[in-house]
Design a protein around this ligand. Structure first.
Ligand code: ATP
Length: 471
């Protein structure tokens, strides 16, 4: 049987590291090219999780590399170890639940299946760095993974963007599956749950929908706060929750706010979400940021000098996703220039984009604005996103919209969407209200300008025209 020779395989890996450094992982070393037959390159993985992940997330890059190295039109397929016993689909009913690791057919391909989230091998407990900001969430996640359905049910993890909620959710799935590969885990985004619900209502497939969601061992839903204001979906979720809970099936949820702070969430759901354990992840401190960068570098098989790590960790203090983004930028520059990563290279690479998250930054994120405004007015983000119209909420909300428009690239629609699904005319109105008031009320003007200054020292977004023209 034809094969890719070792030199070609190594060249393929080098090609990937050079052209697509951000997808490369240390564990790619464990991949083996097994056959190259009739234009099909089969690559063997060491776990079903890797196989599923690579097939869904890295196929294009591997195909490009295979074609570049062989000079032929080659298709790539990732295959699991032949020795791995295949579990037959559960025989019950028309819908079989899959784990996200072994996609299982259900009446052929359906949109229900297509919405299953892909689990990344990176998101394991091993690769999760703990610190005072996430210790409890981590410990609770490990407990749930070791004793699904009994330790804490439901487990509800909340916190701001990029702070590791999804990572923990996926680590739970991975751990459960590695202990018992036949566990039926359904891991979806809240968005997928809502869309599937609507589709199934419209197509008269509610039996399939219910079967799918109510016959799992573990239900994991990311970003459950999107249930806000969706009355019918909340109703459906309520029944799903009850049925699973009563059968001691584990439920794990993540959200950007604590249950009681999710706007327009029915009380009965709020109280159920609090039955188990509600735990928060917050911003990592400097030492945790350093450790996260080291872990990410290890995962990618990259040597990141200590001074570069300290530099990035000191400049970016918002969240792990932005840290990782900065690392990717530096890695990309090094690969493009074919240079080792040094402090100088990192400083140049990050020069334009550095610290999009911090007050030292010259770019401002929505989170920076929200942090400053919510602290000043002593309100919560969920208040700003709610329908509440009390002055104590409308004023900070309008100030946020005003500053978001002034300091970020977001469109009126995007800003409105973020602050509770408001349309662009509402955002326009808010901006004008603040603008007018700043002109008329000197103290108020000073106050908003101070908030603006606290967000960062950068001028208004340089590529955007003056605010008045943009409203
Ligand atoms: N404590 C941590 N240790 C290692 N990596 C982390 C940690 N926290 C976050 N990360 C990494 O940061 C990135 C963003 O994390 P994740 O997607 O889990 O955030 P999130 O809280 O779900 O954000 P969002 O609400 O925007 O979905 C991921 O690559 C994740 O692995």
């Amino acid at each position: 049987m034809a094969k890719l020779d070792n030199t070609q395989w190594r060249e393929m890996m080098t090609y990937l590291r050079k052209k697509h450094p951000s997808i490369c992982r240390q564990w790619f070393e464990d991949l083996t090219p097994i056959t190259l037959d009739s234009g099909l390159l089969q690559i063997q993985t060491t776990t079903p999780l890797q196989q599923n992940y690579l097939q869904k997330r890295c196929l294009d890059q591997f195909t490009e590399a295979a074609q570049a190295i062989t000079g032929n039109l080659v298709a790539v397929r990732f295959v699991d170890r032949p020795a791995t016993p295949k579990t037959p689909p559960a025989p019950t009913g028309p819908t079989t639940v899959n784990t996200g690791v072994r996609p299982v057919l259900q009446n052929g391909q359906t949109s229900l299946e297509a919405d299953q989230m892909v689990i990344s091998p990176d998101y394991s407990f091993e690769n999760f760095i703990t610190g005072p900001n996430n210790q409890l969430a981590y410990a609770a996640s490990v407990a749930v993974a070791n004793q699904p359905g009994t330790a804490y049910n439901p487990l509800f993890i909340h916190g701001g963007v990029g702070l590791g909620k999804t990572h923990l959710l996926q680590a739970i799935c991975q751990q459960i599956l590695s202990a018992n590969p036949d566990t039926n885990i359904l891991y979806v985004s809240c968005d997928a749950f809502m869309n599937q619900f609507l589709e199934c209502v419209q197509s008269g497939q509610m039996n399939e929908f219910r079967h799918r969601y109510r016959h799992v061992d573990v239900l994991v839903i990311d970003d459950i706060h999107f249930l806000a204001k969706r009355d019918r979906t909340q109703e459906e979720f309520f029944h799903t929750f009850n049925e699973l809970y009563q059968s001691n099936k584990q439920i794990v949820l993540s959200s950007d706010a604590a249950p009681s702070e999710i706007p327009d969430l029915e009380d009965r759901l709020v109280s159920r979400f609090q039955w188990g354990l509600v735990t928060q992840v917050t911003k990592p401190g400097f030492e945790t940021r350093v450790a996260i960068l080291k872990a990410k570098a290890r995962l990618r098989g990259i040597e990141l000098p200590e001074d570069v790590i300290n530099y990035i960790a000191s400049k970016i203090d918002s969240n792990a996703r932005e840290l990782e983004g900065a690392f990717t930028t530096v890695q990309g520059h090094a690969a493009l220039q074919d240079q080792p990563i040094t402090l100088k290279l990192a400083q140049t690479a990050l020069g334009d984009t550095l610290a999009a998250s911090g007050p030292k930054s010259n770019q401002v994120t929505l989170q920076n604005i929200i942090d400053v405004v919510t602290e000043f007015y002593n309100v919560r983000l969920s208040d700003l996103q709610s329908r509440r119209r009390h002055k104590s909420v409308t004023e900070p909300r309008q100030v946020c919209m005003f500053l978001a428009r002034k300091r970020t690239r977001f469109s009126l629609e995007e800003i409105g969407g973020y602050f509770g699904g408001r349309d662009h005319t509402t955002v326009m109105h808010s901006i004008r209200t603040i603008d007018d008031r700043m002109k008329k009320d000197e103290n108020f003007g000073i106050q908003v300008n101070q908030l603006d200054a606290q967000i960062g020292n950068a001028p208004a977004h340089p590529t955007t025209p003056p605010l008045a023209e943009r409203v």
